[in-house]
Design a protein around this ligand. Structure first.
Ligand code: NAD
Ligand code: ZN
Length: 405
């Protein structure tokens, strides 16, 4: 038996934010990030619409990018005090993910972070509140997914919480929120979205329900991401839908080792002064993982199908895989994203000298690989790497060398 779960309602298109006016409840806690939603005037609208729906509203602001376990615990305490029956999270993946984890702790105050990380092991939520997610970036699709990514900064590790219990009740996908994204954010979140769609399509948990969503998302991202990056606002609107479709696919088909590696490299060099931004990590690792997974015959065939839908040409699956890899690398160039960790510089831009020195990378390689193998996304990857293979793959991602194993 398989399960396919999505939010009960997905409001989409310009003006979708107004759906909030129809919500029924007493108290809504609105969770958001550092200020972009307020600057865009969206936070004020959310507050106004919820009040119009007759609710008392409290704001929980200042959730940081790549939210920490501590932030989750603090937010849950604020919820415990205010007792909302709606949690409305607005912003990028970070505040929405943090609010999802806060929700778990609010419903079950005795839950520890470790309990939350037991894959598909959460108790029933919605005994206290329902959850609405409003995305302002076009990538994570957390507004429709069963995932939340929280960082344990003591360990330098990002942990995915995974359970259909945290699939939101309502998603609002209003493209106007994405118009204020700076170019770099468009690039990174867009490559996150294409990674979701490609990993979902070749995942061992793919099915007839997820395949069409993944393929259509890939086609739309191919047509619109670079245009959106170059400030074409119609393309930006299309990207907001495309990333959501990719999310519907991967929330049900799961992901693969591009995400395992991104989760385990994202914060592990934070002591050197920078994160490897999630979408940029995916963009660098995806072509390497396609080459690695293509040694599996079923995955190779599926990459071939993707290449066909993208009209990349090629007369056999080997050629199609090569063309797909070339295309993805060209996207990185068009979006000003480096190809490898050794050239990953400040702000995620390509640099001659990246912020992760070779000796530090090699010193931490064994543990990063071991942690990546344990990541919740590894199980559904079409080819299971050994510790040695994972280390070799990570080295290819550091030096930008060819994957020939
Ligand atoms: N839950 C999931 O299924 C899932 C999937 C992929 C990634 N993630 C996680 O999501 C996080 C990344 O989320 P993200 O890429 O959406 O970025 P983000 O939420 O971390 O935001 C990045 C920055 O962009 C700003 N911002 C957000 N929207 C904006 C807008 N419309 N205009 C201007 N500025 C804006 C934010 O204030 C912030 O400074 C990572 O922690 C990643 O691991 C979660
Ligand atoms: Zn992702």
């Amino acid at each position: 038996m398989a399960r396919f779960t999505l939010p009960r309602d997905i409001y989409h298109g310009k003006g979708a934010l107004e759906a909030l006016k129809t919500f029924e409840g007493k108290r809504a806690m609105v969770c958001t990030g550092g200020g972009s939603m307020k600057r865009g005037g969206f936070l004020q609208k959310v507050e106004e619409y919820l009040k119009e729906a007759g609710m008392e509203v409290e704001l929980y602001e200042g959730i940081e990018p790549d939210p920490s376990v501590e932030t989750v615990m603090k937010g849950a305490a604020a919820m415990e005090k205010f007792q909302p029956d709606w949690i409305v999270a607005i912003g990028g993946g970070s505040p929405i993910d943090a609010a999802k984890a806060m929700w778990i702790k609010y419903e079950y105050p005795d839950t520890t972070f470790e309990d939350m990380c037991k894959v598909f092991g959460l108790p029933k939520l919605r005994t206290k509140a329902k959850f609405c997610a409003i995305s302002s970036t076009s990538g994570t699709a957390t507004e429709v997914t069963a995932f939340s990514i929280i960082t344990d900064y003591q360990k330098g590790i990002k942990y995915p919480i995974a359970d259909f219990e945290i699939t939101p009740d309502v998603a609002i996908v209003d493209p106007e929120l994405a118009h204020t994204m700076p170019k770099k954010l468009v690039a990174h979140t867009g490559m996150d979205a294409i990674t979701h769609a490609i990993e979902a399509y070749v995942s061992t948990a793919n099915c007839d329900y997820t395949d069409p969503l993944a393929i259509h998302a890939i086609e739309m991202i191919m047509d619109n991401l670079v245009k959106s990056y170059n400030e074409d606002m119609e393309a930006r609107d299309a990207m907001h839908n495309a990333q959501c479709l990719a999310g519907m696919a991967f929330s049900n088909a799961l992901l693969g080792i591009v995400h395992s590696m991104a989760h385990k490299t994202g914060a592990v060099f934070a002591d050197l002064g920078a994160h490897i931004i999630h979408g940029a990590a995916n963009a660098m690792y995806l072509p390497k993982v396609v080459a690695f997974n293509a040694k599996d015959p079923v995955a190779k065939k599926r990459y071939g199908v993707i290449a066909d839908y993208m009209h990349l040409g090629g007369s056999n699956d080997d050629e199609k895989v090569d063309l797909l890899i070339k295309y993805l690398r060209k996207m990185n160039d068009d979006l000003n994203i480096p190809h490898s960790i050794n050239h990953y510089g400040a702000d995620g831009l390509p640099a001659e000298q990246g912020f992760v020195p070779e000796d530090v990378f090699l010193e931490r390689l064994h543990d990063i690989a071991a942690n990546a193998l344990l990541d919740a996304c590894t199980g559904s990857n079409p080819r299971q790497p050994s510790q040695e293979e994972m280390e070799k793959l990570l080295k290819c991602c550091y030096y930008d060398t060819e994957v020939d194993f």
